[in-house]
Design a protein around this ligand. Structure first.
Ligand code: PLP
Length: 365
């Protein structure tokens, strides 16, 4: 594509850091991963931060920490990437799908509250595309119903709510480091939390259930665990990018502001609303347009790599009642954004000319 949707930011220092790891001969999780976790923890203002092999396994591991499983219900928004709901089924619990607010594209807090039953153990709200959630409303729901708030923050690295970074509001926030995210390790994820006990459990779980005092000579396996360790090779990529994190986020916001400016007054295009009190990180820049599929085809034919926003779970066979998915009310808001949302190209080197062309062609559709 002439104007791609994304381009990972890979300065020369990324290669240098990766080569240093290769030269060290120590390729599994070690000092570099620990340094990457530390850099992310500081940046996000979180108490604890753990690197994982993906956001998906991070969410699954947190559900296992809570011992959520058969007989339990976990609420997820309909409009999200399937991973948000997959993890619920993977641990054997029931997926309860609720609608989203068509303005913010985030979980509808009233629908969420209505969906809570005596079997509900947790909600996985999604700070979709980098739009932060309303953590005040989530805190009130937690207080009233005692359910865990496990945030799918796959896209929300750098987003803020009331001046604080996403990653220190929910019980657990889980980020993705997939290449569509502006800090990426190729594949990877991060979990942040303030719970010491939860952090310790997760550290052990991702290291085969190893006890805290274990060393190479005297390993003690205290529980059944698995291997979700991040290799130092991948962490080196993320660590090199973290040196530019402020610049990268500022650039994304600048590019988003240019799109917003160019689109102001264009009647055929509307913009989703950022959560009140929040600052978007624009991991994805979305617009809402009529005839989205036609616009999609025309822009792609012109060499502009647009994408649909994400998916309406209820429209996919994986999320039917036979697979223990409960949809108590038809998701209307989600259906709307599912039909209208279009993601525009956004990456560090995108030029003003490219943005003008994207908007001109979009308007001409
Ligand atoms: C909302 C959401 N949740 C979860 C994921 C899965 O993340 P990962 O690929 O790191 O497992 C994605 C991937 O883009 C996502 O957009």
């Amino acid at each position: 594509m002439r104007i791609p949707l994304i381009k990972p930011f890979l300065p020369a220092t990324v290669g240098e850091r990766v080569l240093e790891v290769l030269a060290s001969g120590y390729l599994t999780e070690g000092k570099v991963t620990a340094a990457f976790e530390h850099a992310c923890r500081e940046y996000l203002g979180a108490s604890y931060c753990l690197a994982m092999t993906s956001c998906t396994v991070g969410l699954e591991a947190v559900l296992r920490y809570y011992r959520i499983g058969p007989g339990d219900e976990v609420i997820v928004p309909d409009y999200t990437y399937p991973a948000t709901a997959d993890v619920v089924a993977i641990v054997g619990a029931d997926i309860v799908i609720v609608d989203v607010d068509p303005e913010t594209m985030l979980i509808d807090y009233e629908a969420l509250e209505k969906a809570i039953t005596s079997r509900t153990r947790a909600v996985i709200p999604v700070s979709l595309f980098g739009n932060p959630l309303d953590y005040d409303r989530l805190a009130a729901i937690k207080k009233n119903y005692g359910i865990a708030i496990i945030e799918d923050a796959a896209c929300a690295f750098g987003a803020e709510f009331r001046g604080r970074k996403v990653g220190s509001f929910a019980d657990f926030s889980v980020f993705s480091l997939h290449p569509r995210k502006f800090i990426t390790t190729g594949e990877g994820g991060l979990i942040t939390t303030a719970f010491r006990e939860g952090r310790d459990w997760l550290v052990s779980y991702k290291h085969f259930g190893l006890g805290q005092d274990s060393d190479r000579q005297r390993a003690v396996f205290q529980m059944i665990g698995t291997n979700y360790k991040m290799s130092d090779v991948l962490a080196a990529i993320g660590l090199a990018q973290m040196e530019y994190v402020h610049e990268l986020l500022a650039r994304r916001r600048e590019l988003a502001a240019t799109y917003i400016d160019l689109l102001s007054g264009v009647k055929a295009v509307s913009l989703p609303r950022t959560t009140r009190g929040g600052e978007h990180s624009y991991q994805t820049f979305c617009v809402l347009v009529a005839n989205r599929d036609r616009v999609f085809k025309r822009l792609r034919a012109a060499g502009i790599e647009v994408q649909i926003g994400t998916y309406c779970l209820h429209q996919h066979p994986a999320f039917n009642a036979g697979n223990r998915c409960l949809i108590r009310e038809k998701p209307v808001g989600s259906q709307y954004v599912g039909e209208h949302c279009l993601a525009l190209p956004l990456y560090h080197e995108l030029s003003r000319n490219d943005q003008e062309e994207v908007v001109e062609r979009l308007v001409a559709c």
